[in-house]
Ligand binder design. Sequence first.
Ligand code: NAD
Length: 279
Amino acid sequence: MSALDELAGRTAVVTGAGSGIGLGLAVHAGTLGMNVVLAELDEERLEAAVATVRATGARVLGVPTDVGDPTSVEDLAQTAYATFGDVAVLINNAGIEAVGHVWDFEPERWSRMMRVNTDGAFHGIRSFVPRMGASQQTSYVVNVASVAAVSAGPFNAAYHASKHALLALTECLHLESQIAFPQLQVSVVCPGSVTTRIFEDASLSGDDETGGPRQMLDYLRHMLSTEGLSPAEVAEIVFAGMAAGDFWILPHPEQFAELAGARAEQLLHRRAPALPVFE
Ligand SMILES: NC(=O)c1ccc[n+]([C@@H]2O[C@H](COP(=O)([O-])OP(=O)(O)OC[C@H]3O[C@@H](n4cnc5c(N)ncnc54)[C@H](O)[C@@H]3O)[C@@H](O)[C@H]2O)c1
């Protein structure tokens, strides 16, 4: 029996499951015969997503959740365990975007990015990993980072900082799990462009409608809508990577190699980051 077949009848929890990659992951889990718990901040999106995943034939539970709030994530874990008794897969996927000069970020907007993109995964780990680790069955924690976790770019500092921190957090979790919970497998997903609404919801700081941040937001929106993988394609890659036991799950391997290679060069040769060339 393959690792994917063994997930049938077990339970997946996906955060940010109301849209984009999270919804794609939740649908994919349903098609594998898993029970699916959808955690989402936006209740309208949650309701629609629950109906979509239920159409796969899966047993589905929608839990309104703010991953930035540890109490909300603990309630999610209690509800998931009370309903299904076991969680095999936790995917910390919820994330947001914000564009602007570093100095224009209001402190609350900066903190919110960290709370959702970085602390959100920490809250998931804190509430689920001890419970998952108590089971002798193989289980999986998957954190959705980005190619932004190994690169830097202008007008997107809060996002890059949150994803660099998420990558470091995931690497440390992988090491500690090997000691404490060897049956727990940890993975990080680093996608490039995926066609979702993340930049439709992104906030823009400052009031310069023609400056760099606005151009960057327009560029990113365009790139995601024209060049992105679909959430369904990413979901297939994520579950295949998990099943193969991969720590690094890379939907865009060439882009990742280019950015990680450039970063390795910078660190080794102490070069400053270079501005990207926009095509
Ligand atoms: N789309 C891309 O090109 C891309 C590339 C690399 C990484 N990612 C990452 O993939 C993940 C999913 O992004 P997406 O593109 O599918 O975005 P999306 O905006 O389509 O979906 C994100 C979902 O998370 C929800 N959410 C936001 N804050 C939340 C919170 N506090 N608690 C619970 N849910 C919350 C949103 O309501 C939304 O439904 C994010 O972590 C993002 O950083 C996306």
